[in-house]
Design a protein around this ligand. Structure first.
Ligand code: ADP
Length: 162
């Protein structure tokens, strides 16, 4: 049997119900899913990479075949380092499509042995993005529909710090 290892790279700043939905679904079709938290030096994240890794681990601890790690640099290098042949990404709307297609094609040129697998968003999460969540939280709006309670509390605490 093939042992299919996949990575799910992203900023996850913070993880939302939309991301978690993709993780749950992807974990059912691959043998191992590694969520890769991108340490992106050009963006100023709300949560540090360590904080993001910790919160994703907490939110996925019920999924036996899901691991979480942070990475820097190229996604395909992270895939190769982990023996992964699949990159998981989510598609919400047509606005994601151009960017995601371009990235998938670039990654295929760089690493023909790695393929991208897209999960279309579940309808109830199609509006959801990490930046929307941060914007709502900044003005003390209700984010309980967007993220698990545990994450909502971390966001509220973080907003008090800044
Ligand atoms: P990035 O900065 O790499 O786009 P994100 O954390 O914003 O990282 O997203 C990671 C992946 O998850 C992307 O493929 C994105 O399209 C997907 N994604 C984000 N929000 C949702 C959602 N609500 N439903 C499905 N996929 C999503």
């Amino acid at each position: 049997m093939n042992n299919t290892i996949a990575i799910y790279p992203g900023s996850f700043d913070p993880i939302t119900n939309g991301h978690l939905d993709v993780i749950e679904r992807a974990s059912k079709v691959v043998d191992k899913l590694i969520v890769g938290v991108l340490v992106n030096s050009s963006k100023r994240p709300l949560f540090s990479a360590e904080e993001r890794v910790t919160m994703i681990r907490e939110m996925t601890k019920h999924l036996d075949n899901v691991e979480v790690a942070s990475f820097e640099g190229l996604t395909i290098d992270f895939a190769h380092q982990n023996g992964a042949r699949v990159i998981v990404r989510g598609l919400r709307a047509i606005t994601d499509f151009d960017y995601e297609l371009q990235m998938a094609q670039t990654n295929r040129i760089l690493a023909p042995d790695v393929d991208t697998m897209f999960f279309s968003t579940s309808l109830q999460y199609s509006y959801l993005s990490s930046s929307t969540v941060k914007e709502i939280a900044k003005y003390h709006g209700d984010i309980s529909m967007c993220v698990p309670e545990y994450v909502a509390r971390l966001i509220e605490d973080k907003m008090k710090e800044i």
